[in-house]
Design a binder for this molecule. Structure first.
Ligand SMILES: Nc1ncnc2c1ncn2[C@@H]1O[C@H](COP(=O)(O)OP(=O)(O)OP(=O)(O)O)[C@@H](O)[C@H]1O
Length: 352
């Protein structure tokens, strides 16, 4: 999408507070039409507060929030939540327990007549694949089905934006991953723009086109899952996203580092001068098993993951790295195996 397209949602230097506690200052990001974005961060970093400010449940003390170019929040100016054209899906589903699935989805459709309402509810129950359960009550549904009803209810009024607040965290791990991919397909199928907040990176990876990693009310990196994983701009992001470890190296050139794993290619940076020691981020998938390679690593731990096994390997210096090998390549603890780096453009950080 061209940079000149105005974003559907724009947060411009937002500040939110609870009494005298500032949760964030100068929070800025934008979401383009049709994009699914995600705020990812540890508990307490301010994700839900940001979502509530966008929904109109929290005032802003500085900055402006715009939806479709229109100001919806500014200091002392708050467009009411029900007038924002924003749908919400909550962690606890928030379905009305004494209403059927049909009536739950019909909740936001008061402006439609009976026939239109029936058509609209059926359309969105169809979208989430639950038309056959229209007359059930929430307690007669599984957690995944309840969350699909909540999604249908949020989508039925055809909002401009949908906000999802940790929507899968009450579900078991398998279902969580399956449902997040399913919800992504549903939202993409509807051309919907969405913002998810979560502390679960797998959920964020499954759903988000763009992910903002937050810490203490600040977005450290707003990027694709691939870039957050392979090209983190901050050490915190490197640690927070995925598995990995750091090994020491000496800079030979702008994009070459000498390490005990050999000379590795890194992203060009002017961060450190030639000869300086840096920390190189090594992800498990950067390491290849190569029996012919002279560098031997010792197996310290192994965790069977089904199709792959995650090995913790110790290098001659004592530094530890992780590596994912096919589960057919089975090595006992204590075995010595040849390994080498296969990745290019590894990320480096000032030595700790
Ligand atoms: N209503 C409130 N009154 C006062 N402080 C609050 C209120 N809601 C949240 N906070 C505080 O604001 C900070 C940010 O909370 P927020 O819920 O936005 O974080 P979060 O990243 O969504 O965390 P979690 O993942 O645990 O939901 C926390 O320190 C929290 O204790």
């Amino acid at each position: 999408m061209s940079n000149t397209t105005p974003p559907l949602l724009e947060l411009d230097n937002i500040e939110c507070r609870y009494d005298d506690q500032t949760i964030f200052k100068n929070l800025s990001f934008a979401i383009q039409t049709g994009e699914l974005a995600c705020l990812l961060g540890a508990s307490g970093c301010g994700k839900t507060t940001a979502l509530r400010a966008i929904a109109g449940f929290e005032p802003v003390y500085q900055g402006v929030i715009r939806l479709n170019g229109n100001m919806i929040s500014a200091p002392n100016q708050l467009c009411p939540p029900e007038k924002r054209q924003i749908g919400m899906v909550f962690q606890d589903y928030a379905l009305f327990p004494h209403q059927t699935v049909f009536d739950n989805v019909a909740f936001g459709l008061r402006s439609l007549n009976k026939v239109e309402k029936k058509e609209r509810v059926e359309e969105y129950l169809n979208v989430v694949g639950l038309n056959h359960l229209a007359q059930r009550y929430p307690h007669e549904l599984s957690g995944g089905q309840q969350q699909r009803v909540a999604l249908a209810r949020a989508l039925a009024p055809r909002p401009a934006l949908i906000l999802l607040d940790e929507p899968f965290s009450n579900l078991d791990v398998d279902l969580r991953e399956r449902l997040s991919l399913e919800v992504r397909d549903i939202l993409k199928g509807q051309g919907m723009t969405g913002l998810l907040v979560t502390h679960d990176q797998h959920e964020a990876f499954a759903l988000g086109d763009k992910i903002g990693v937050m810490r203490h009310g600040e977005i450290l990196q707003w990027d694709t899952a691939y870039n957050l994983y392979h090209e983190p701009v901050e050490r915190y992001v490197a640690d927070f996203i995925g598995k990995g470890s750091f090994i020491k190296g000496q800079r030979l050139g702008v994009n070459q580092i000498e390490t005990e794993l050999g000379i590795v290619q890194v992203k060009a940076t002017t961060q450190n001068e030639i000869g300086y020691t840096v920390d190189v981020l090594i992800r498990p998938d950067d390491i290849l098993l190569d029996p012919a390679y002279p560098l031997l690593a010792t197996v310290k731990q192994k965790a069977f993951k089904g199709s792959e096994t995650l090995y913790t390997l110790s290098l001659p210096s004592g530094a530890q790295i992780f590596s994912l090998f096919s589960s057919h390549q089975d090595y006992p603890i204590g075995a010595q195996i040849g390994v080498r780096v296969v990745a290019e453009q590894l990320a480096t950080f000032p030595a700790s």
